[in-house]
Design a binder for this molecule. Structure first.
Ligand SMILES: CC(C)(COP(=O)(O)OP(=O)(O)OC[C@H]1O[C@@H](n2cnc3c(N)ncnc32)[C@H](O)[C@@H]1OP(=O)(O)O)[C@@H](O)C(=O)NCCC(=O)NCCS
Length: 164
């Protein structure tokens, strides 16, 4: 599936600053991600992009990184069959199918590497993300109740998993 006007591809080191900008912009919205500040430096970001253990896929429009999906495989031997997924798309570029497309590529990448269990965490208030994850087959496997306080509202931390 092609999405008009968007390039969806593996991230390259040159995308580091664009990824940082994209992540910070989504963090500035304050309601989707735990941290309000993206701590990676450009150098740290480049290291992750280059790591063969991880996958970083970007959506790019007119040279700007507008979305990033990352999968990080468990480092410890006991966790090597698992990976953690994270995703963020700039507000103006949501609902065009980028999230679904990037995640499908990520799931394929996991399958090709023998990863058996793909995990993520999501705020119970983030209904758009939960819809997307459910559509792709993720199921809730647990939750930490009232784990987050976002402005004046509590949210649960929902642990979701896709067995591959
Ligand atoms: C969650 C997010 C990644 C979804 O990406 P997206 O590109 O907007 O989603 P897509 O256009 O690929 O939508 C795919 C499916 O997701 C679900 N979905 C996405 N946005 C939705 C919304 N606002 N309302 C309801 N369902 C939604 C639908 O099932 C949709 O399928 P459909 O088009 O057949 O209805 C995006 O909204 C985002 O980056 N949000 C902010 C950051 C964030 O929440 N990250 C995840 C933290 S755990």
């Amino acid at each position: 599936m092609q999405i008009d006007g968007y390039e969806i591809r593996d991230a390259q080191p040159k995308d580091a600053s664009g990824i940082i900008k994209c992540m910070q912009s989504v963090m500035d919205e304050k309601i989707f991600l735990v941290s309000d500040i993206y701590f990676f430096t450009e150098r740290g970001e480049k290291d992750i992009i280059k790591s063969p253990e991880d996958l970083s896929i970007v959506s790019v429009k007119d040279g700007e990184v507008v979305g990033i999906m990352r999968i990080q495989r468990g480092v410890y031997k006991k966790l090597r069959h698992t990976a953690i997924l994270s995703i963020a798309i700039l507000k103006e570029h949501r609902r065009f199918g980028l999230g679904e497309k990037m995640m499908n590529e990520g799931i394929e990448w996991c399958r090709n590497r023998g990863i058996e269990k793909l995990n993520l965490e999501v705020f119970s208030t983030n209904t758009s993300a939960i819809e997307l994850y459910r559509k792709l087959g993720f199921r809730e496997e647990g939750r930490k109740v009232r784990q987050f306080r976002i402005f004046d509202e509590y949210a649960d931390d929902i642990l979701m998993t896709l067995f591959l």
